[in-house]
Design a protein around this ligand. Structure first.
Ligand code: ADP
Ligand code: MG
Length: 620
């Protein structure tokens, strides 16, 4: 660190004059001529009339112990610039203690400045003033010393502020250097020295171009010149070091010269470059996949990132949406808007996806699948997601669904025709016989009625199948009431079997929302199948339990059961093993359970029994 020395500024006479004005007691020792010149402040302090003393006389004023110390310092001071001592001088029988500062002047003289320790107007004493070889350069700058000399007697607030300013400059986290108007370096803090990798103490009062060649640092010189000429602060980025440390440089001009503030930004530049490269790689990936990638901040509703593919998918320039994200909602078809908004909310908590349709500004209709999940970066919450156009996939599945439906319809139409044709043929035959033989008519009556009933139940089942899901009308229902209705309807007494129906129900189970018509029909179909499977004395058990928001109804029988092969056939239209069966019951049951957002499951072992479980959402 460079310290401006008194020797460069002041000579003995001037120094004494300054001290005189400030009222600071001081004297100049001319070691060579063995004389001591006192200023009036010191003369009056010591109560001496003479303005000049012989060195030995001057020394004799001090206590013996102090004399030796002063003598030693004076003779060693040639190696150093400054030293500080505490001395005691007996004045009119009173021992007065002074803090005594010795400064080496360039002409070889020594200035001794006194300050009484009783009125604490001391020369700023810092630990580095100590007379020690380890710290040859004192850390205090001329700025605060001269300032202190001027104001010492008063110890004004300004001097304290300046002291603090100098200390702050020494401890400033950025590089700080000062040049006078002759382009000479007069100050630099240690951060600046490290940054430019030059021991500036050696370059004190050297011109700036002795440190940095004008050719190599032309840009820097241009900026300094501009600051000096325009007297305006100049900021720029550059380097003042061969290794190429990037700096943010600020040049603050004043009439006395310029102050250079340098901030090492190499690390930031490196990070910036690394970030730019990684972002580049990220962009290459995201912009070359057909899905649109996005990152948004749920807190601010701001879209942080949107990949190029967005423009292709949505038919709107991504910049428009980046600037005003809610405009995305204008593209989404109204019937899906609430669903998308709800899905976006879920995405802030967990991975989620939503499918919806949009209409592009060109009027094109598209299916979009949006997937998103929450992510955290640097303590901030984000949602990261991908939008994919699934119009083709949707069309395909729709087509598949349709063709499946179509084949089922054809298959079923053929089945229905066949199933209805049989009883019709029978009815027609008996009617014909009856027409010819009126006496026999009555005996065929029951058979004809049976066949008509059969046709009726087939038609009824078909009507159930064709009911759309949208016709579901939820009502508050009580399972107990429904079960008792079903068991009354299927009263075992009406059949010739000794069948027992048991019913157990979860105690937590109260009323819930469901469609009673469908629920009744489901139970009728399942319980009647169970009863059909029983021998003379079987049992049907109905159980209802509540589990994780699901109502599980099981219909268990100990009837003849089903083989694995038979199990695979369940639900196929017209698959029946019964003489009077339609083979449509399970299919209709399955359709109605689907309508109620439930699931159906069969478990069975041949000759042991069957357990059918229906899981329904428990809506309260
Ligand atoms: P259907 O009752 O008119 O025969 P379903 O579709 O209701 O038509 O049943 C199809 C077939 O599945 C029945 O004919 C029967 O063979 C078998 N099945 C259904 N439920 C059971 C059961 N609980 N135990 C044994 N077999 C069953
Ligand atoms: Mg049945």
């Amino acid at each position: 660190m460079i310290k401006e020395k008194y020797s460069d500024h002041l000579y003995s006479g001037e120094m004494l004059a300054i001290l005189e004005i400030s009222g600071t007691p001081a004297c100049i020792l001319d070691v060579h001529h063995q004389t001591v010149t006192l200023n009036s402040g010191l003369s009056s302090e010591l109560m001496i009339d003479e303005a000049e003393l012989h060195l030995s006389n001057w020394l004799s004023l001090f206590r013996i112990h102090d004399r030796g110390e002063i003598y030693r310092v004076i003779h060693q001071l040639a190696e150093w610039d400054e030293a500080e001592l505490t001395v005691t001088i007996p004045i009119a029988d009173v021992n007065k203690t002074f803090s005594c500062k010795l400064l080496h002047l360039s002409n070889g003289d020594i200035a001794v400045i006194f300050s009484s320790l009783f009125n604490q107007t001391k020369i700023p004493s810092q630990k580095s003033y100590q007379y020690t070889k380890k710290n040859p350069l004192p850390s205090c700058t001329v700025l605060n010393l001269t300032e202190t000399f001027k104001t010492q007697a008063k110890t004004t607030r300004t001097s304290k502020v300046k002291e603090r300013l100098v200390e702050a400059a020494d401890n400033f986290p950025y590089g700080l250097a000062m040049l006078n108007s002759n382009w000479e370096v007069i100050y630099a803090n240690s951060v600046m020295e490290n940054m430019v990798d030059l021991p500036l103490s050696k370059y004190y009062r050297k011109k700036l171009w002795d440190l940095f060649s004008v050719d190599d640092y032309n840009n820097f010189f241009q900026h300094c010149l501009r600051a000096m000429e325009t007297q305006e602060t100049v900021e720029f980025q550059g380097t003042l070091h061969k290794k190429g440390i990037m700096m943010d440089l600020t040049i603050v001009p004043s009439e006395q010269g310029i102050t250079i503030i340098a901030k090492d930004i190499t690390w930031y530049m490196d990070q910036f470059e690394r970030l730019r490269k990684s972002e580049n790689r990220f962009s290459i990936i995201t912009n070359h996949i057909k899905e649109a990638c996005w990152v948004c901040s749920p807190e601010t509703g701001e879209l942080v990132f949107l990949s190029d593919s967005f423009t292709q998918i949505y038919g709107v320039d991504k910049e428009i949406i980046l600037n005003d994200p809610p405009r995305l909602f204008d593209l989404i078809d109204k019937e899906y808007l609430d669903q998308v908004k709800e899905a976006a909310l879920i995405m802030t908590q967990k991975e989620h996806q939503v499918e919806f349709t949009i209409t592009t500004p060109d009027g094109e209709s598209k299916w979009i699948r949006m997937k998103g999940f929450p992510a955290e970066d640097d303590g901030k919450q984000y949602v990261v997601g991908i939008d994919e156009e699934i119009t083709k996939i949707k069309e395909m599945t729709l087509l598949e669904e349709k063709s499946r439906q179509l084949s089922t319809i054809t298959q079923m139409a053929a089945g229905v025709a066949h199933e209805i044709k049989n009883p019709l043929t029978a009815i027609k035959g008996f009617l014909q016989i009856g027409a010819v033989n009126p006496d026999l008519r009555d005996s065929y009556h029951d058979i004809i009625l049976d066949e008509v009933n059969r046709i009726e139940s087939i038609v009824q089942d078909f009507m159930m199948l064709s009911k759309p899901k949208s016709s579901v009308q939820l009502e508050y229902v009580n399972l107990d009431a429904i079960i008792s209705y079903v068991s009354r309807l299927l009263d075992p007494d009406t059949s010739n079997k000794e069948v027992m129906i048991h019913y157990t129900c979860d105690s937590k189970l109260n009323g819930f929302y469901c469609e009673p018509k469908r629920l009744k029909q489901i139970l009728i179909n399942l319980v009647s199948n169970a009863m059909d499977a029983l021998d003379e004395d079987g049992e049907v058990q109905i159980e209802a339990v509540l589990q994780n928001d699901e109502l599980i109804i099981s219909v268990i029988d100990n009837g003849h059961g089903l083989s694995e092969q038979e199990l695979t056939k369940l639900g196929e239209p017209f698959y029946t093993t019964k003489e009077k069966g339609t083979g449509l019951g399970i299919m209709v049951t399955k359709k109605m359970i689907d309508d109620l957002d439930g699931r159906l499951n069969y478990q069975s072992s041949k000759n042991e029994g069957t357990c059918v479980t229906v899981r329904l959402p428990f809506r309260t």
